[in-house]
Design a protein around this ligand. Structure first.
Ligand code: URA
Length: 451
């Protein structure tokens, strides 16, 4: 049992730049899980870690202790012989790739038990998006989880009292204390969930740019190194893709709006180019990492088949249905998901080209509309957000909107429109956009020393 004095002394040690032992970290994580660590102590520990960092050993101990804070899933009886794979993003804006990838990889014949998170700071969270589907239960019983894996091949669920409960609490506190952008805390948060999920292989999408927690390529590489080092120490096979987050990934940002966008991708109604490149890049690495295919070309063929046959879309619909949502979401997505009373177009003040987009400001705009949290326990409005987002390098005039704002009131739509317009930088001459969607792929051979 952790005693309050020693909890305080280990927070002090971290505050003063000391290094915590494996036992001290395990004790603190036990306290997070059983409630002995208060929200104030957790926030203080998060800030001390944010400011002073952690050694690679401390990060590994934190990851391992958090993974052990609940049960570890085992799929050998439910899906014998199938590769158990997953993907996780470090967080972005309009990044709904998980909603597409889980059913897509399941449709190829793998198992995807995806333990996801909620929105953090200005970024959207996969669980918040799925909860925009009425009835969808992100904390299903073990029986429902097993049924989803058996019938759909995938289940996107959240941390719970039994699954990585330490991350559940820590995550919520970090979200509202400006302590998200810490390399060891992001690493432990992501990898603890993935270890508990009982995976064979993991592909990580480390976002780089204005809408990411790592804005610079150097910071993103440092995060990638920490993720690769720590996963290697835990024995989990892992690859990392550095991908562009200098603009929202999909042309929609907001919970229900991103679900609808993902459904359009899965059904083939609309596959945006940047989104297609990201999905294909991540899915290819997942299939190779899981040993299902030997090369990228075979992977791409499997992916195209799973999409064009409609199997990936069916897996999504089946997962939603087993986990409590509509049983025919694909045909009824507009009716099921609903809409806000106000949809307002935002126009540019002058014609030109979109030179740059402040993706973080776009994320903040969605949070201000009510699509994210500002305080612990805030309720999210699933319907608000932005669609038809303009892209970098796009030609614009005063007739075609830069985006559509979906809001609860005219005043909120008006405020969001002003915020949005400020996040878009328009220039007179056509800009040269060099950013690739997939910037770099790093494997276990690329292990680097951590700062
Ligand atoms: N995703 C997570 O699960 N945790 C983080 O800290 C950031 C992104």
């Amino acid at each position: 049992m952790p005693d309050p004095d020693s909890l305080q002394s280990l927070i002090r040690l971290k505050r003063d730049g000391g290094v915590l032992s494996s036992e001290q970290i395990a004790q603190f994580v036990t306290g997070i899980t059983d409630g002995r660590v208060s929200d104030a102590q957790l926030a203080s520990f998060a800030m001390a870690t944010f400011l002073n960092g952690m050694s690679q050993d401390e990060c590994f101990f934190l990851t391992r202790s958090m993974a052990r804070s609940g049960e570890r899933l085992d799929w050998s009886q439910i899906a014998p012989g199938k590769p158990v794979l997953d993907k996780h993003s470090t967080g972005g804006v309009g990044d709904n790739a998980s909603l597409i990838l889980a059913p897509l990889i399941a449709a190829v014949g793998c198992v995807v038990p995806m333990i996801s998170g909620r929105g953090l700071g200005h970024t959207g969270g996969t669980l918040d998006k799925l909860e925009a589907i009425p009835g969808y239960n992100t904390e299903p019983s073990r029986a429902a989880l097993n049924q989803a894996i058996r019938e759909a091949g995938c289940a996107i669920i959240g941390q719970s009292q039994s699954l990585v409960p330490a991350d559940r609490r820590f995550y919520a506190v970090r979200d509202v204390t400006s302590t998200v952008e810490s390399i060891p805390l992001i690493t432990a948060s992501i990898l603890s969930k993935k270890l508990a999920a009982g995976l064979n292989a993991l592909v990580l999408d480390v976002k780089v740019g204005s809408g990411a927690f790592t804005a610079s390529r150097a910071d993103a590489r440092a995060l990638a190194s920490c993720l690769l080092n720590t996963s290697a120490e835990t024995g989990l096979s892992c690859r990392v893709l550095l991908t562009d987050m200098n603009q929202p990934m999909a042309r929609a940002a907001g919970n229900a709006l991103e679900v609808r966008n993902a459904i359009n991708f899965l059904t083939g109604d609309c596959r945006e180019t940047r989104q297609s490149k990201l999905v294909e890049g991540l899915a290819t690495q997942m299939l190779i990492a899981g040993g299902l295919v030997g090369d990228a070309e075979t992977a791409r063929n499997c992916i195209q088949k799973a999409l064009s046959s409609g199997k990936a879309a069916e897996c999504f619909e089946r997962m939603v249905s087993v986990l409590g949502g509509s049983s025919n979401l694909l045909d009824r997505s507009n009716a099921v998901l609903g809409a806000t009373p106000y949809v307002r177009p935002v126009y540019a003040q002058r014609a030109g080209w979109v030179k740059s987009i402040d993706a973080r400001a776009i994320g903040e705009c969605v949070v201000d509309l009510g699509g994210g949290r500002r305080a612990l326990g805030d309720k999210i409005d699933p319907l608000v957000g932005l669609t038809d987002l303009c892209e970098r390098g796009q030609r614009i005039d005063m007739q075609r909107p830069l985006c559509l704002v979906h809001a609860r009131s005219d005043a909120e739509a008006e405020r969001a429109a002003r915020q949005f317009a400020q996040a878009i930088n328009i220039c007179e001459d056509e800009p040269v956009i060099r950013d690739e969607v997939i910037m770099e792929i790093l494997g276990e051979d690329e292990l680097c020393p951590v700062r």
